[in-house]
Design a protein around this ligand. Structure first.
Ligand code: ADP
Length: 298
């Protein structure tokens, strides 16, 4: 494999932080305000880049003011961008109160009508390709059909949850979190042993490899039928938003470098744990040298 491509969603996240959330009809004053790119696709691309590999991101933005902000951010993050312009840029309006409770409204905008026809000249060969499910499933299926012939390695995060048989069967690794793994396997996961069983069910159903992300418990890998549990790197988590995206991006970077699943999961567990020690999604994603320092015990 020679490089990493990320195909998926990108939004502008508008975050307002107030002492207390408004109730219907109420107006409250925010004490802080942030504007960041978000969306699982863009998050994973940032995680790839920060952990040492310059990725190419395929997404769809609107012909509007937010698109310019997003492109500037992604360029600053050393991401190559293949963008198509459509209706309006996707927006997530996030209200957070001091207790941590939040209220989110998402407008998918152009993510919702991204299509393979938006990228007629796309030629991806011998790449690791990352998908998530915030763009139409048909678009993912069309990309996968095109990508499968050219020696690409497909990693799909089945999030938001949807069990599309074609996508699941034609990915090389699936990376559900605990909730998605429960839904895919049709059983509860309350222990590592349960996760092990769920991974076998998922592997049996979709004939592929699985990494189950287990939050503060770490992750469980079922690769080529060999099952291994990796405990989490212990941190004081303050906000787990984007931890799963950070995991996938960091995993892909280390996998490109080493081709070793175990090493890549260990690396991704540390990166994702570090991402929970700061607020927001990608602003808290760590860089490769921070992960290496921890691996080396400094
Ligand atoms: P998602 O964000 O997709 O719901 P998880 O919550 O399972 O996914 O988190 C993804 C990964 O982030 C985990 O596999 C683990 O490596 C790391 N992680 C998440 N929460 C914590 C935590 N509290 N402490 C340490 N690592 C964590």
């Amino acid at each position: 494999m020679k490089d990493i491509k990320v195909i998926g969603s990108v939004n502008i996240d508008i975050i307002m932080s107030s002492q207390k959330l408004p109730t219907t009809g109420e107006t409250v004053k925010a004490d802080k305000y942030y504007l960041y790119p978000g969306g699982k696709g863009a998050n994973q691309a940032v995680a790839v880049s920060r952990t040492g590999v310059r990725p190419e991101f395929f997404g769809k933005l609107g012909n509007d003011y937010f698109a310019e902000i997003i492109i500037n951010y992604l360029k600053k993050e050393n991401i190559d961008i293949a963008i198509k312009y459509g209706q309006n840029t996707g927006i997530a309006m996030i209200n957070v109160e001091a207790s941590g409770r939040n209220m989110i409204t998402v407008y998918p905008g152009s993510n919702g009508n991204m299509s393979i026809d938006d990228f007629p000249d796309v030629r991806i060969k011998n790449s690791i390709v990352l998908f998530q499910q915030e763009i139409p499933l048909k678009t993912i299926r069309d990309f996968i059909t095109k990508l499968r012939e050219d020696g690409n390695f497909i990693i799909t995060d089945p999030s938001p949850y949807s069990a599309d048989k074609y996508i699941l069967e034609n990915s090389d690794i699936l990376t559900p979190n605990q909730t998605e793994a429960q839904l895919l396997a049709g059983c509860d996961i309350n222990s590592i042993e349960d996760a092990r069983k769920a991974s076998e069910i998922i592997r049996g159903k979709y004939r592929n490899n699985v990494i189950i992300k287990l939050g503060s418990r770490g992750s469980l890998v079922n690769y080529n039928g060999e099952i291994k549990y990796f405990r989490a790197y212990a941190v004081k988590a303050v906000d787990t938003t984007g931890a799963g995206d950070c995991f996938n991006g960091a995993f892909a970077s280390e996998f490109l470098r080493t081709g070793d699943v175990d090493k890549s999961v260990e690396f991704a567990n540390i990166a994702a744990a570090l991402s929970t020690t700061g607020y927001g999604a990608f602003p808290s994603f760590p860089y490769q040298n921070q992960v290496i320092r921890i691996q080396e015990g400094n």
